[in-house]
Design a protein around this ligand. Structure first.
Ligand SMILES: [Zn+2]
Length: 392
């Protein structure tokens, strides 16, 4: 039996003081009690705050070798071009960097990850990791008539993941890269385990423009970079891109919209009511890296229980640390409290991935991991020096 305490205990749902978290030797929570009933010498008391292990709701492990290789602040379309140009690294390097990134997340107190795969490179690392991974296998492609091909390529990666006993689901990449025909194949697929989805949404204003009238950076990407005719492969809907996604999204399944930088507060309000199982992922450091712009997270508070935090990949981030993402959010939105952010970083992500019976909060019977956060300010806000260490 082990006993842990700290000045503050963030349970994932509330803050406790003068309390002790009691676990068995492997970290399963046996009880949470008042510290008064325990001999001080039997309790490990930490300087700082303790909280459950973090859930990284959005990552692309397979892109880890791109750390420090892509220019910042170019906007999404140029970023995608730059990424595709260097997506040809030696497999040894790709695999090594995946493992290094996996270890980095373990050190940073991350216990579960919603990780995107476009190929099978990261699957073995995920299978052998101490971290729980759900693999979102993305389907995408621009030519509507090739939808079956795109879907079959995705299915191959999905089946490999399932062979390795990984939790996995097939999911659309983004509104601009998934034609109607492919959307139907994705949502018609019933082998997902569990049936949850993750979609890049409104990361750039160009996405809206493309859907409204077929012009802008995405037209240039498709015509000049992919050498396709955007007028042939894409028909603007005259509506905003989020409407296209919502047309297909099953309301009863958990889904994650990632980025949402250009989602309006009206869209958020309406979608929050109509789609009660839709979660919203904040990836602030990636947004600053790519577009140098952040969503207005104050608007998001109306879906507070469905906000998750993701690091995105090392192609658009210099670290895989949920703590650093929380610090970034709070530095721009100082009214968002640490306990609110901890909820986003723990229990909300666990709910999205349907692992909340095991992870996400200090509750009896769970084995959620325990992180120590040091150097919080007196009012519990993060300081520049706040750091995280995995205790168990
Ligand atoms: Zn992403």
């Amino acid at each position: 039996m082990k006993k842990f305490s700290a000045e503050k205990i963030f349970t994932g749902k509330e803050i406790l003081t003068n309390s002790v978290v009691i676990t068995n030797d492997t970290g399963k929570i046996l009880s949470i009690e008042s510290i008064e009933n325990h001999e001080q010498t039997t309790v490990q008391i930490f300087d700082g705050a303790i909280c459950p292990g973090f859930v990284n709701a959005h990552c692309h492990l397979e892109l880890s070798y791109m750390r420090n290789r892509i220019e910042r602040g170019t906007g999404l379309v140029q970023f995608v071009k730059n990424l595709l140009i260097i997506r040809n690294e030696e497999l040894d390097v790709v695999l090594d960097e995946i493992e290094i990134a996996n270890q980095e997340m373990i050190r940073n107190g991350i216990i579960a990850v919603g990780d995107i795969s476009n190929d099978d490179h990261s699957l073995l690392t995920k299978q052998q990791s101490k971290i729980y991974y759900h693999t979102f296998v993305e389907a995408y492609g621009f030519k509507p008539e090739n939808s079956f091909e795109y879907f079959n390529a995705t299915k191959k990666v999905f089946l490999k993941a399932r062979e390795l006993n990984l939790s996995a689901s097939i999911t659309p990449h983004a509104p601009y890269s998934v034609p109607t025909e492919l959307m139907k194949l994705i949502y018609g697929w019933k082998e997902n385990h569990p049936e949850i989805f993750s979609i890049h949404n409104q990361e750039t204003e160009a996405e809206t423009q493309f859907f409204l009238n077929g012009t802008g950076d995405f037209k240039i990407l498709i015509d000049d970079f992919f050498k396709l005719n955007s007028l042939e492969v894409f028909h603007p809907t005259g509506k905003r891109s989020i409407d296209y996604l919502l047309e297909f999204l099953p309301k009863e399944k958990n889904a994650l919209f990632v980025h949402n930088t250009f989602t309006t507060s009206d869209e958020l309000k309406k979608t929050a009511e109509d789609f009660p199982n839709l979660f919203w992922c904040a990836c602030p450091k990636a947004n600053l890296y790519i577009e140098n712009r952040l969503p207005d997270y104050n608007n998001w508070l109306l879906v507070n229980n469905r906000i998750c935090i993701g690091t995105d990949s090392l192609a658009s981030n210099d670290s895989l640390s949920i703590l650093e993402e929380m610090k970034t959010i709070q530095s721009y939105f100082p009214d968002i409290k640490t306990e609110t952010l901890i909820g986003w970083a723990t229990i909300n992500g666990a709910k999205l991935l349907e692992i909340e019976n095991q992870f996400g909060s200090f509750e009896i019977g769970k084995q959620p991991g325990i992180n120590l956060i040091t150097d919080l300010n007196e009012d519990n806000s993060f300081s520049k020096n706040s750091a995280v260490r995995k205790i168990i």
